[in-house]
Design a protein around this ligand. Sequence first.
Ligand code: RNT
Ligand code: ZN
Length: 411
Amino acid sequence: MSYKEAQKKYAKIGIDTEKAIKDLGKIAISLHCWQGDDVGGFETTGGASGGIQTTGNYPGKARTPQELMKDLEFALALIPGRHRVNLHACYGIHEGKVTDRDKLSEKNFEPWVKWAKKTGVKLDFNPTFFSHPMAADGLTLSSPDSKVRNFWIKHGIQCLKIGEYFAKELKSPCGINFWCPDGYKDEPSDRLGPRKRMADSLDKIFKYKYNKKLVIPTFESKLFGIGLESYTVNSHEFVMGYAMKKGILALLDMGHFHLTESVADKISSFLMTFGKVAFHISRPVRWDSDHVIRQNDDLRACAQEIVKMGPENFIVALDYFDASINRVAAWVLGMRNMQKELLKAMLVPWKDLTKLQDTGALTAQLVLQEEYKNYPVDEVWAEFCKRNGVVADEAWFKQVEKYEKDVLLKR
Ligand code: RNT
Ligand code: ZN
């Protein structure tokens, strides 16, 4: 089937494929730099701490800022559209001695800004409350030790400033996501104290009057971490409550809930509460394993909610890290899968289906929901890719294989 034929078929159910192509082109997804080096960063050579874990030892990971930038550029060229890159504070660039997290500044990120300008991407940011001696016991902003808390408060404030710098330089508001691993392996005796200390520390960070036009702080909840199975300070309820009170956004990570919970179902409630929803698109397999996202039912359901509720109301960031496969392929595949699911969602006549729901025509609703899944999405995707100068099918992987041979395996 040609694109023109697909366009006609969609027109019959009231879908304008040209509009979908245009709308998809407007969605900038935040690509997480940390898939490129297994959440390593440029400060130490140890792996990630804080209850997260990459598994695998695939060759070719980026070891320096130059290598990471090069890999990102290569990946971005295989992804249709214009996107964002999400940095973590541990990806600061240090000449000689490493500047500690409480003193990080714009200077450590100047090369990234230069690179972003050259590459044509915008930047998002994350304070790094892990992989650091001050987080060795799994506690940061909620630590009973005020020295530890103060260190991390300073880090949080520095990161807000760095986010302002990104936004100003790149002329685009910077999403800054706060995720802290804080928790306990075994049952704590006091569940309230750490949460009070967490709230107090966050209050101190947000006392810094960041420019709300430049910086969008988001706050990520979690269910558990490895070695932190019994208690997580920043639970879903805590984060919801704190974010509401503080007027910041709560962030949903698809891997941070019980496996039978539907994350997609939470979106509409979040939107009603916060007006905007921040997302870490991920894929948990039996646990918060951060597998590369696939075109599965969970992703489809989330993409549908994003489309129905207006993509402009979402911060869509990817968050997974698989060290057992080619890392560049992991980026490209995840981004393209996200875009494909968004496109699929755009090609469904939701208004008509909602009418069926509201009139109790539930059989018709079910039948059409299923039948529409087999409409010619692929032709529209191919057209979208063609217009963006990117290959539509698996041929992109051939290019990654060549890059692996020519560049990655030589590392
Ligand atoms: C951890 C959180 C967090 C991290 C990144 C590196 O469980 O999902 O978002 O993955 O910040
Ligand atoms: Zn996350």
